[in-house]
Design a binder for this molecule. Sequence first.
Ligand code: BT5
Length: 256
Amino acid sequence: MRDTFWRDILTFGSLGSTNDYLKELARAGAPEGTVVIAREQTAGKGRLGRAWASPPGGAWLSLLLRPKIALEQAGCISILLGVALAQAMREEWGGSVGVKWPNDLYISSKVREFASSQSCPTGFRKLGGILIELSSQAERIEWLVAGIGVNVNNEPPAQVPATSLAHELDRKIALEEFFGVALKAIERDYQRFLIEGFDFVRRRWQELSILGGRVTVMQGTRSFEAEVLDLAKSGKLIVRTEQGLRELTAEEVTLT
Ligand code: BT5
């Protein structure tokens, strides 16, 4: 699993969080393409301070990118990663994997008895998620750590409608194979994005998105109803609310 873009693939038995570990390396000047993988995480993180269950058997990894793009475009990377992973999993293993803005990977599950919310069509369950953390200077990105968590062979947490690739495909996927497929797809789409821009990602997102028309937006302690219209060039989600059009950023909201 070695090629020119991904280098220094560091693997650990157990880490608190691969993102936290890689952020330290990023601050110390580690190069783009550094990868940190942990067999298990003891303090895996989701967005907005949420916890991420990371027992052995899952794919828990973080990638260091140093894209020469404006801070405003950072949301594109989260979308790009989700789309690259969803498409690669579909092509490689045939599961109906979809994306839910901003950073979730869902799969149309065999287990259908759980009713779903408006923004998650019946039968879809959470397969994985992406957590972007970054540092910027003068509105340019200095480093960006992209944390990726996918339930591959692990037991997913019971409290949420989640599932694993192994459960949906009825077979285990070697983690080495998963990392190979994921890293290849991400490298390809990332390089293309840097040359061509976001349009090809946006078009694919429109095909892979599982978001229904109406969603409930949770923002801090507030919540409001909105209609999903489109993805902006910056990766923000364009919605129509009672007050008019709004662009949502991944850092501020959760859709239920
Ligand atoms: C995410 O957050 O979906 C981003 C998860 C990123 C995890 C990776 S693992 C490698 C790297 N290192 C880290 O420390 N993190 C990254 P969010 O959208 O906030 O979703 C979090 C919510 O998903 C939780 O509140 C639970 O409801 C649910 N959840 C927790 N663990 C899960 C799991 N293993 N599978 C599915 N859902 C889970």
